[in-house]
Design a protein around this ligand. Structure first.
Ligand code: TXA
Ligand code: MG
Length: 324
């Protein structure tokens, strides 16, 4: 069962867990977050595992200050103005990623944008001490509502995580408002703990609305998920000109002649496989192979989300939902 420690006694223990690639539930001003080091793929995979998410939704990267934020993302003038006015606070900005920012690809589920937020209180202190951004979705298992007390987190996730940091009831009690920079204007992706009107008043422009269907499911968008190469699942053989994405010790027939070869996890560890998935798909795609053949991935644990991602990539292109 997870240990529950009050904020004033939890810092060292939380740091040690995060440095070891583990996850920690932390209070923020909005809701409790399930945090992992955003630069550590195993830590990020553990977040999805603990939540039991059947797919890899992109996560918010939490930062301690503007220097860290600008290292991760490219700010346009309007977004910078919002950050300066309202951070730390219950506002999340979706921005283009700065190449080479060190954020593990699983955080943004392979997207080239990143959701950024600067939380108030314990979360901010922890990130500053760690010196790295924290990826953190709301600390609830998939399908449940967000937790606003440490006790609610422990009741839900307590058998799956080691530490819940207790900061009392979260003051806002609603998730952050999410705004996305879009070609010189800003779109409201998720209404939240921070009124859209207040944002509009601060920048003197109306937020675009609608198209928010993309928010819960950026994972459905063809433009983000389909590699240039075709994708063939449950491959027992490798054809001419095909690359092979392997798992464990299966080895599809003809693998030695594959145009390119990568193994998601030689040990057959699904956590490791999840952390390698996006980078390996991109790398095999860059090899110029006609098709990426993928060995069978089991469906247990993180295997469900890995298979979800792969089957989207393998779906016939004219069947995949267009970007909004
Ligand atoms: O208040 C909050 O925002 C809390 C605390 C812990 O910070 N976090 C939270 O995270 O609500 P989560 O994972 O439950 O919701 C994040 C939302 C998801 O709907 C996800 O699809 C969206 O943000 N999101 C993340 N990155 C995105 C991106 N690059 N583009 C579009 N949407 C994104
Ligand atoms: Mg959530």
């Amino acid at each position: 069962m997870a240990e529950i420690l009050a904020v004033d006694e939890a810092l060292e223990r939380a740091l040690a867990l995060l440095q070891g690639g583990d996850v920690v539930a932390i209070p923020t001003e909005t809701v409790y977050g399930l945090a992992g080091d955003a630069t550590n793929g195993i830590g990020v995979a553990r977040i999805f595992e603990a939540k039991g998410r059947p797919r890899f939704n992109p996560l918010i990267a939490h930062v301690a200050d503007m220097v860290m934020a600008e290292r991760i993302a490219i700010f346009d003038p309007l977004s910078r103005k919002l950050a300066q006015a309202f951070w730390p606070g219950p506002l999340t900005l979706v921005l283009p990623q700065r190449p080479g920012n060190g954020i593990h690809p699983l955080v943004a589920a392979g997207l080239d944008t990143i959701a950024l937020r600067m939380p108030r209180g314990f979360g901010g202190d922890l990130i500053a001490k760690l010196g790295r951004p924290l990826a953190a979705p709301s600390a609830n298992s998939s399908g449940k509502i967000s937790a606003t007390t440490a006790q609610a987190v422990a009741a839900d996730l307590g058998t799956r995580i080691k530490l819940v940091v207790d900061g009392g009831a979260t003051p806002v009690g609603l998730e952050s408002t999410i705004v996305k920079a879009e070609g010189g204007s800003l779109r409201l992706l998720r209404p939240g703990g921070f009124a859209a009107e207040e944002i509009e008043a601060a920048i003197g422009v109306k937020l675009l609305r609608g198209g928010a269907a993309g928010i819960e499911a950026p994972g459905m968008l063809a433009s983000h998920y389909a590699p240039g190469a075709g994708v063939r699942l449950n491959a027992g053989t490798v054809g001419e000109g095909e690359a092979l994405l392997a798992f464990g010790d299966q080895r599809a027939e003809g693998w030695r002649d594959a145009a390119a070869f990568l193994n998601l996890s030689e040990a057959g560890d699904l956590r490791e496989a999840a952390s390698n998935l996006f980078a390996y798909m991109q790398e095999l795609d860059r090899s110029g192979a006609r098709t990426i053949a993928v060995e069978t991935i089991p469906f247990d644990g993180l295997g469900e989300a890995i298979n979800d991602r792969l089957s989207r990539a393998a779906a016939p292109r004219d069947n995949v939902q267009p970007a909004p």
